[in-house]
Ligand binder design. Structure first.
Ligand code: NAD
Ligand code: DAU
Length: 349
């Protein structure tokens, strides 16, 4: 049977790379991108595939159960890859309920729509839930997050993602739905909305604006190129074992301040500025409330069992990323006009 895959959140950062990969690599699959087009959703991310004959778009909010049911019926959906979410930790601190509505309530709606559409044949369809390493909490004493690490979410964002992970596993246990969950570390690359650290700094360096570093910049994140995450999702979707969890990461830990300095150095070179010019923009600002100290993923399981590993070194990936933002000025102008300016004023001033 050919597949008709519902990819939620396909107009966002990671979702757009997943949609593009699936549309181009699997012409016999029907790919249905379902997205509410919030501030983070942008159909410009999908220009490369918008006219492909196996690509469909549905503007639907996952909080709307009736509309979800209609999409399952209309496209005879066989499988789901669920990425739609509110994804920014700082926004979750100022508006936690928005995260409950989309990440928890929306995920349960989607599970219900899938369960109803696949009644009597739940073992023949896959519900793949894309999640984050933040559900495991913060590492203070060394070590890595394993698939067996107990959940210990610390922000409203990670609490809402943890709740959604629990619901997916509860549907697998209770209704015997075929599910798989993956938990990934920080992604970077093209199409990343400039509220997140790396694209925000690239945009501000370009415009000679202050680079807001929370606290002392000592917090550590584990960075993975977004196309490598999309490849990992492809691998888990096709080869992952039902009921399993896979951690995805690049064994690539960086202190925030070191990432910001690296971006300054590389962009001074690329923009022909005198060395040290951009570093002067670094501004230490009030720390994020409850700021997780360190994330680090052990991705041995997906490597050993499914053969996935990152294809790009960080140095290469960050060059591709900076160059993409410098070339795609129009994209950056579009997403930083209007509502972005209000958010920026409110959050940083
Ligand atoms: P993003 O914010 O860039 O995109 C989210 C997309 O979901 C947007 O297109 C938005 O319009 C859509 N959306 C939001 N609310 C919706 C709703 N109620 N109904 C339908 N669509 C809605 O997010 P991202 O960074 O691409 O993350 C995608 C997924 O991957 C999320 O589930 C996130 O938790 C997870 N994740 C992200 C990272 C990362 O570093 N960005 C790492 C690990 C896991
Ligand atoms: O670990 C995976 C997670 O990574 C995903 O689940 C989230 O959706 C994604 O947003 C990301 O969360 P982070 O909070 O780690 O990413 P962010 O880019 O917001 O911040 C990275 C680090 O940089 C973090 O320690 C906070 C810091 N920071 C961030 C911003 C926006 C700053 O110092 N200054 C800033 O202005």
């Amino acid at each position: 049977m050919s597949k008709s895959i519902l990819i939620t959140g396909g107009a966002g950062f990671i979702g757009s790379h997943v949609v593009q990969l699936f549309v181009e690599k699997y012409p016999s699959y029907k790919i249905v991108n379902l997205d509410a087009l919030t501030y983070a959703g942008n159909l410009e991310n999908l220009k490369a595939v918008e006219n492909a004959s196996n690509y469909y778009f549905e503007k639907v909010d996952i909080q709307d159960a009736l509309e979800l049911e209609k999409v399952f019926e209309k496209h005879a959906i066989t499988d789901v890859i669920h990425l739609a979410a509110e994804s920014h930790v700082d926004r979750s601190i100022s508006d936690p309920l928005a995260f409950v509505k989309t990440n928890v309530f929306g995920t349960v709606n989607l599970l219900n729509a899938a369960k109803k559409a696949w009644e009597g044949e739940l073992d023949q369809h896959l519900f793949y839930h894309v999640s984050t390493d933040e559900v495991y909490g913060s590492l203070h004493d060394g070590g890595f997050f394993l698939e067996t690490t107990p959940y210990d979410p610390q922000s409203p964002y990670s609490a809402s993602k943890a709740a959604s992970d629990h619901f997916v596993r509860a549907y697998a246990n209770t209704y015997k739905m075929k599910t798989v969950v993956s938990n990934c570390s920080n992604n970077y690359g093209p199409n990343h909305f400039p509220e997140k650290l790396i694209p925000l700094c690239i945009n501000n360096i370009k415009n000679m604006k202050p680079l807001p570093v929370y606290g002392k910049g000592e917090n550590v994140r584990d960075w993975l190129f977004v196309k490598d995450h999309a490849r990992a999702i492809d691998t888990v979707f096709h080869q992952g074992k039902a009921g399993e969890t896979y951690n995805i990461g690049g064994f690539n830990e960086w202190k925030n301040i070191d990432i910001v300095r690296l971006l300054c150095k590389k962009m001074d070179e690329k923009l022909g500025r005198e060395e040290g010019t951009s570093e002067k923009l670094i501004t230490f600002v009030k720390d994020r409330a409850g700021h997780d100290l360190r994330y680090a993923i052990d991705s041995s399981k997906i490597k050993n069992e499914l053969g996935w590993e990152p294809s790009l070194q960080f140095d290469e990936g960050i060059d591709i990323t900076i160059d993409w933002y410098l070339v795609n000025e129009e994209w950056l102008d579009h997403v930083t006009s209007g509502a972005y300016q209000d958010y920026y004023q409110q959050h940083y001033h």
